[in-house]
Design a protein around this ligand. Structure first.
Ligand code: PCA
Length: 217
C-alpha cells in the first residue's frame, strides 16, 4: 500500500533578541499528530536569509509532503494572519540571525514578482473565526525572512498539485508583557487554530470561499 504523504509544518527559530518563537512551539506541538488522515512532520527553519531555503528544500525532498504550511511570528499582529501573497524581494529592517541585512535583493533572481498562496485562505479564515480563533487574510508577509521562505516555498512547488502557504502568528502573552499594548494569543489557542488551518487546507475542495478579505489601503 502506498504510504500517505505527510503534511509539512515549519516554524522558525527565535529572532530579534527573543527567547522563543511561537511559530516553532506550535509546529513542534503538532509534530506527529494525524490530521485529515495525514501525519504532520515539523521542521524548524533558521531565521537566516541564506540558510532558510536550503533547509526547507531539503525537507521537501525528504518528506515529499502533500501539503506545506509555513509559520512565522509577526509581533504586533493580534490574529492568525493567513498570508495571500509572497513577493520577490528581501529588504531587511533588522539583521537576521546570521547578521545579514539584504536590501532590495530578489529572493529568486529572474523569478516572477509574486506568488499567491495556494491554500484556500478565505475558507481557512472563516473556519478559524467559526472556532473562536481571531484570524484575518493578510495582504503582505513583509520583506524579511518569512516572506523570503514563503516566496521560495511557492516557487519550489509552482506547477505541482501540492498546496502551500504561510501563516503569521501573534506574540505569546509572555513575550507581549515586555511591550505594553502589544497584542498576543495564548499558545493553546494558536495550536488549536493551526490544527484547524491544516484540517481545512487538507480537506477543502473546489474554489476558495467568495468572501471579502481585502483591505482598502
Ligand atoms: N518571523 C520573521 C522571521 C522569522 C519569524 O518567525 C518574519 O516575519 O519575517
Amino acid at each position: 500500500m502506498a504510504s500517505v504523504r505527510p503534511i509539512l509544518l515549519t516554524g522558525f527559530e527565535p529572532f530579534g533578541g527573543e527567547a522563543v518563537n511561537p511559530s516553532w512551539l506550535i509546529a513542534s506541538a503538532l509534530d506527529g499528530e494525524t490530521i485529515a488522515g495525514r501525519p504532520v512532520v515539523a521542521q524548524r527553519l533558521p531565521t537566516e536569509f541564506r540558510r532558510s531555503l536550503p533547509v526547507l528544500r531539503a525537507a521537501l525532498r525528504r518528506h515529499a509532503p502533500s501539503l506545506v504550511v509555513a509559520l512565522g511570528q509577526a509581533g504586533g499582529r493580534g490574529e492568525l494572519s493567513v498570508e495571500r501573497v509572497a513577493i520577490n524581494v528581501d529588504d531587511a529592517r533588522i539583521p537576521d540571525n546570521a547578521g545579514a541585512s539584504p536590501i532590495d535583493v530578489p529572493v529568486v533572481r529572474g523569478g516572477p514578482a509574486a506568488h499567491f498562496s495556494t491554500l484556500p485562505v478565505k475558507a481557512i479564515v472563516a473556519a478559524l473565526r467559526a472556532r473562536g480563533v481571531p484570524a484575518a487574510v493578510s495582504q503582505s508577509a513583509g520583506t524579511f525572512v518569512c516572506n523570503h521562505v514563503f516566496y521560495g516555498l511557492q516557487q519550489a512547488l509552482a506547477g505541482t498539485r501540492v498546496r502551500s502557504g504561510f501563516v503569521h502568528v501573534p506574540s505569546l502573552p509572555e513575550q507581549a508583557v515586555a511591550r505594553p499594548g502589544e497584542p498576543s494569543l495564548p499558545l493553546a489557542t494558536m495550536i488549536d487554530g493551526v490544527r484547524e488551518v491544516l484540517r481545512v487546507a487538507a480537506t477543502h475542495r473546489g474554489p476558495d470561499l467568495r468572501e471579502g478579505g481585502g483591505a482598502v489601503s
